[in-house]
Write a protein that binds this ligand. Structure first.
Ligand code: KG4
Ligand code: ZN
Length: 350
């Protein structure tokens, strides 16, 4: 049973956690959202600087809340791809330093594999095969999880990620950043059928495209604004949200049905969306497919999910080298490249 300290700094959360198997002993997340809100989105350089200032206290808090000393750890895990390069580098340098100084194995983790493990943390008895639908500000991916460590990306966005579309439409409607929660709240009092909007044309059945939808909302807002009447923001928000939820649900159910996958894990920040959650749950129940939706603190970026993925690698003897690099993009199908050698040959005993 491996115990790992995990660090996550791929975007705008500085996070650290201590995880034993599928058991989270501590999970600390320092969000930078207020820092970036004034710019209407994440500014990479601002993110890196904030990670530098925060990573050490966050790690210290994760260890102290878990009641675990570094000497009790079996490995140090860190997100090394994909993400903002400067932001990833801060976490990777912190993890390498701890691994080197304390003679612990280093385990680089793919950020999306971490999101998949948020499903395993939520339902510890969940077993592959399953479909992971990962919807966040940076990703919209449908991943066929054949087995732990064996993934195939079967669908992705051709343009904007789902969360990005929520944020851009929120900006058009004069709502703050991040836009997803604001649209979700406003849509509750709106009519989702008032404005029919395009679902996005794609060649591949499991891919998505949200840029046409976003442009359609822009045109609609311009047309309505020209009338001089107050903008029906709640109806626009509800119509937009229903369209995104309908598209994502239909694609996930079609994909799980075609590939005969008995479970869907819905994760990423957009998994907080009330319309998407209820539509997917209803459609999956009708199709006889199980759905796992992690609690929000595990859906959004956190280090507990990175730690859970790392425990699995640790137990398979998949260890990274101390010259682990960071990559802004890396296909899930290529995660083997993160584990070149067995642990014993990398870290000499003190
Ligand atoms: O996973 P996450 O915290 O960060 C990354 O992008 O990695 O996801 C953030 C995204 C933002 O685009 C935000 O607008 C969206 O998740 N989001 C939501 C909701 N809560 C957060 N989108 C729709 N409905 C929500 N309730
Ligand atoms: Zn993420």
């Amino acid at each position: 049973m491996a115990t790992v300290l995990a660090i996550e700094t791929s975007c705008d959360e500085t996070a650290a956690a201590v995880v034993t198997n599928r058991n989270v002993l501590s999970s600390i997340v320092a969000s930078q959202i207020d820092l970036h809100a004034q710019y209407g989105g994440v500014v990479p350089e601002v993110a890196s600087r904030a990670h530098v200032a925060t990573v050490q206290p966050v790690v210290a808090q994760a260890l102290s809340e878990a009641g675990v000393a570094i000497a009790d750890l079996d490995a140090i895990a860190v997100t090394c791809a994909p993400g903002l390069v400067g932001a990833l580098l801060v976490g990777v340098m912190a993890a390498k330093t701890l691994a080197l100084v304390h003679h612990l194995p280093l385990i680089g983790v793919h950020h999306l594999e971490g999101h998949i493990y948020s499903g395993f943390l939520t339902q510890p008895d969940l077993q592959p095969p399953l479909l992971a639908l990962l919807v966040s500000g940076g990703h919209t991916s449908s991943i066929h999880v054949r087995a732990e460590g064996d993934y195939e990306t079967v669908g992705q966005t051709c343009d904007d990620a789902a969360g990005e579309a929520f944020d851009k439409v929120a900006r058009l409607l004069g709502l703050g950043y991040p836009g997803g929660p604001a649209i979700d709240r406003l849509a509750r009092s709106g009519n989702p059928k008032r404005f029919p909007l395009p679902e996005g044309k794609v060649k591949h059945p499991y891919n998505t495209s949200f840029s046409g939808l976003k442009t359609a909302v822009l045109r609609l807002v311009q047309k309505l604004a020209a009338t001089g009447d107050p903008l029906p923001v709640a109806d626009i928000a509800a119509s937009f949200q229903a369209t995104v939820a309908r598209v994502l649900t239909a694609k996930a159910i079609a994909c799980a049905t075609d590939l005969q996958l008995p479970h869907i894990v819905l994760t990423g920040g957009v998994a907080a969306n009330s319309e998407l959650r209820s539509r997917l749950q209803a459609a999956a129940a009708a199709a006889g497919i199980g759905v796992a939706i992690p609690p929000l603190k595990l859906c959004t970026d956190n280090a507990a999910m990175i730690g859970a993925a790392a425990v699995a690698h640790c137990e398979r003897g998949e260890i990274s080298s101390l010259d682990l690099g960071v990559q802004s993009r890396l296909a899930l199908e290529q995660i083997e490249s993160l584990y070149p050698t067995a642990a014993s040959t990398i870290v000499a005993a003190p």
